[in-house]
Design a protein around this ligand. Sequence first.
Ligand code: ACO
Ligand code: KIV
Length: 514
Amino acid sequence: MRKIDIFDTTLRDGEQSAGINLNTAEKVEIAKQLERLGVTIIEAGFPASSPGDLEAVSLIAKTVKNSIVTGLARAVKSDIDAVWEAIRHAEQPHVHTFIATSPIHMEYKLKKNPDEVIEQAVTAVKYAKEKFSLVEFSAEDGFRSDKEFLVRICQEVIKAGATTINIPDTVGYASPQEYGALFRYLRENVIGAEKIKFSAHCHDDLGMAVANSMAAIENGADQVECTINGLGERAGNAALEEIGVALHIRKDFYGVETGLNLKEIKRTSQMVSRLTNVVIQPNKAVVGKNAFAHESGIHQDGVLKNPETYEIISPALIGEDDIPLVLGKHSGRAAFRDRAETMGFQLSDEKLNKAFAEFKKLADRKKEVTEEDLTTILTEQQVSIEDVPLFELKSVQVQYGTENIPTATASVMTPEGELKTIASTGSGSVEAIFNTLEQLVGGKVNILDYRVQSVGKGRDALGEAVINLKYNGYTSTGRDSAQDVLEASAKAYLNAVNRQLIQQQVREKQAITI
Ligand SMILES: CC(=O)SCCNC(=O)CCNC(=O)[C@H](O)C(C)(C)COP(=O)(O)OP(=O)(O)OC[C@H]1O[C@@H](n2cnc3c(N)ncnc32)[C@H](O)[C@@H]1OP(=O)(O)O
Ligand SMILES: CC(C)C(=O)C(=O)O
């Protein structure tokens, strides 16, 4: 069966989503999970864009063994050198270099004529080929480019050594018929096309990114570039989980395979949602909370008689509710470690002990500790940075009554190791907590967005709070969960502040490096 390479760009184009800012530890965790998911290529960042990005790509290239790791580079030597510095030790060094080919981009952005663009692309690909065995060239805004010009530039970069050519729909303008036809046209007209792979990279501005990617596959694309949960610049990229599952469920129609381990889809989606703080819309295909929920009587009746009446995807396919619940309040450390390892987490003894303590606390309060709860607890420990002193919530108590002024009392261990307790009022319980914490963390805090939702099912599901705030002039998003939404809110608030402290340390480290 024809193989389609899955090129994941969650850590590069996905991270270009407004409001997402992952630190190195978080990026490495996501990359390890993408490897477990079985993606062919991980685009881990844009090394020339910052020392932090270079460091993250380099660490990912050293950590990941079963997926190819690449980095993005403009068609300039210094960008290509930065990718080389990050991944030169990789078994199959891969670079992704690009230049725009549409009239509007060439004239207004690059201020170059078409011949100059071809020359710059060829120079970059030749230079890259001296170092990298795998060189992908992208014709940025390819869909809005002149077809004959695309044929010319493809032929020239193939001669220069490109191994993959990507034709992105950078602004999400294509329709499936047109995008598919472009791939067919290039396959049929580019001299040397049989030597290279064609790749599709679609944006979702008109909601057609996945449909366009599928059309490209039908018309000869060998690779699709996509992101977990469809994250990405503006309206996002094609969603990996939708493409992967669609190709599997409709194998009869597409006749291709991807090598993805689909059972890891749900876990990957949750991890990315958690670490990016981007909540998945409930009706999102494949990974949304309602993707397998049957609400109406006729549907429920049908599903009870035969699930296939209304279910084309079984939850087990993507790893939902697949792992039997074996952990409870009587479980010990060995079983906990074993389960964490089965789920792909490798934690130091210290972090494992902390995660175990959290698990025990939860198991005492909750009937069922689910797979989702465990992922939450383990991910939090996995990405926690041990050597940055942070704020830690020790306790929070709220007095609320319809006739009283809500009052919150919180105790927090400061990064300096001092235990501080303060009480404040507010117009509601949450505001009282936030007013108290603002005094405890010091500095000016503006709340920009605040949401609560439940994680998992049932009356004793965990409450999760997501908060976006501005602290000392920088915005950050924090997320945390607890049995009670007020406690979750307090923890999410401190999590957002702590992320600023970590970022501050990264900024200081980068300033020293520069
Ligand atoms: C479609 C995409 O997703 S493309 C990837 C987008 N990702 C990013 O931009 C990553 C983050 N970017 C950055 O950190 C910065 O923009 C950097 C480090 C890449 C460049 O920073 P600066 O040197 O300050 O340049 P700035 O961003 O202002 O402008 C981009 C320059 O690159 C040029 N350029 C843009 N694309 C390319 C390309 N593919 N090849 C060569 N030059 C390019 C532009 O014409 C412009 O040049 P000019 O300054 O001579 O006008
Ligand atoms: C750099 C390219 C592949 C890109 O991200 C786009 O065109 O959207």
